[in-house]
Design a protein around this ligand. Structure first.
Ligand code: 3HC
Length: 329
């Protein structure tokens, strides 16, 4: 007698192969995977890794520019910078929320960051000695972020893709404010123009490294692209960034510090030199100019913020108790 004959209809769980098939079909049809859908462990782990690193980058990324809020040269520049740094905090929060839909805890992710067990973008380990750095970060770093992140709006994981749509809208304002700041400085004194060129020289190569190691040395790319988490390879996006930035540099009147940079007519794109990949490895593994300071300040901010978290938790508990009492009355 089977279950149906006994009257106790039992719905058999689909076999693993059925789940895998349904997941593969979702990816193949370019549909979104949502938090409650079944997903392979590797897909979940890759997303947690990438989204957490991305969230940490936004939060650590507040530091290099945040250093200039008290020293911005005018009220207008201060207000713009304030808004921008605040946006980065918001981006971090969207991304931690997206990571939480995968079953991880934001506290745990923060602990991993401040204990140096999770990465954040290499670019935020460079110093910002002059105000021109604020402009160049907007132009290069946010420009690179746009190249990398616009395709992530089509990432296969729904909550990540949707977070990226909101983030990209703000990144475009960030890039434009940087370029406008630099335009203003280039119309200023000789010393200001020299300051801009110096910042361009220091940030160009680290900005190219933001896109990650070359394709031949990118262990995560193959799986991430097959799962449509990443839509383009690291080298492809790096090339796109160079092609986008060269005419902007010409218009601004600065020189990009690469003697090998030239237009390749046959290929319809620019040829350019090779970044120092040893430098990228050093910076990623903790040995960049500011790694120690960035993580220390993040740790201090977390510790100093303990009372805020405790107060918020106590308030939430009190509200929940009131709601329960109200329901019981
Ligand atoms: N900085 C730090 N680590 C990097 C890195 C970089 N620039 N580039 C690569 N890595 C790490 C990877 O995380 C990976 O480490 P892991 O396996 O231990 O996690 C390793 O180097 C090998 O690299 P892969 O190419 O195999 O790694 P990915 O496939 O994950 O590609 C990536 C790297 C292109 C950065 C990809 O993760 C990605 O697109 N991430 C989302 C975007 C992001 O995080 N951007 C960070 C900047 S945020 C920002 O710019 C804020 C804005 O407001 C300015």
């Amino acid at each position: 007698m089977d279950d149906t004959q006994s009257g106790a209809a039992v719905h058999a769980e689909p076999a693993l192969a059925e789940y895998e098939e349904s997941f593969a079909a979702t990816i193949a049809r370019d549909q979104r995977v949502e938090p409650r859908d079944w997903m392979p462990d590797g897909y979940r782990k890759t997303l947690i890794r990438q989204i957490a690193q991305h969230a940490h980058s936004e939060i650590i990324g507040m530091q290099p520019e945040g250093d200039w809020i008290t020293r911005a040269p005018s009220l207008r520049r201060k207000a713009i910078l304030f808004a921008k740094v605040q946006d980065e905090a918001g981006h971090g929060l969207y991304l931690y929320s997206a990571a939480e839909t995968l079953g991880v805890d934001r506290d745990d992710l923060t602990t991993r960051l401040i204990e140096g067990r999770q990465k954040y973008s290499s670019i935020f380990n460079y110093p910002t000695p002059t105000f021109a750095d604020v402009g160049v970060i907007g132009w290069f770093v946010d420009g690179a972020a746009i190249c990398n992140q616009v395709p992530l709006c089509r990432s296969s994981y729904g909550p990540y893709a949707r977070a990226m749509v909101r983030i990209c809208k703000e990144e475009s304002f960030h890039q434009r404010q940087g370029y406008e700041l630099l335009m203003t400085m280039m119309r200023g004194t000789e010393a200001q123009r020299a300051m801009v060129q110096d910042a361009v020289d220091r940030w160009w190569w680290p900005s190219l490294m933001m896109f990650g190691p070359p394709d031949g040395n990118s262990p995560n790319s193959a799986a991430s692209m097959a799962w449509k988490i990443k839509r383009h390879s690291n080298d492809e996006l790096r090339r796109r960034f160079v092609d986008m930035t060269v005419p902007q540099a010409q218009k601004l009147g600065v020189t990009l510090p690469d003697p090998e940079l030239r237009w390749n007519e046959a290929e319809g794109r620019h040829d350019f030199g090779t970044p120092d990949w040893d430098e990228l490895t050093r910076v990623i593994t903790g040995d960049g100019p500011c790694n120690e300071e960035r993580v220390r300040r993040r740790r201090e901010a977390h510790e100093e913020g303990a009372w805020v978290r405790e107060a918020a938790a106590a308030h939430a508990a009190k509200q929940a108790a009131r709601t329960r009492e109200g329901a019981a009355a």
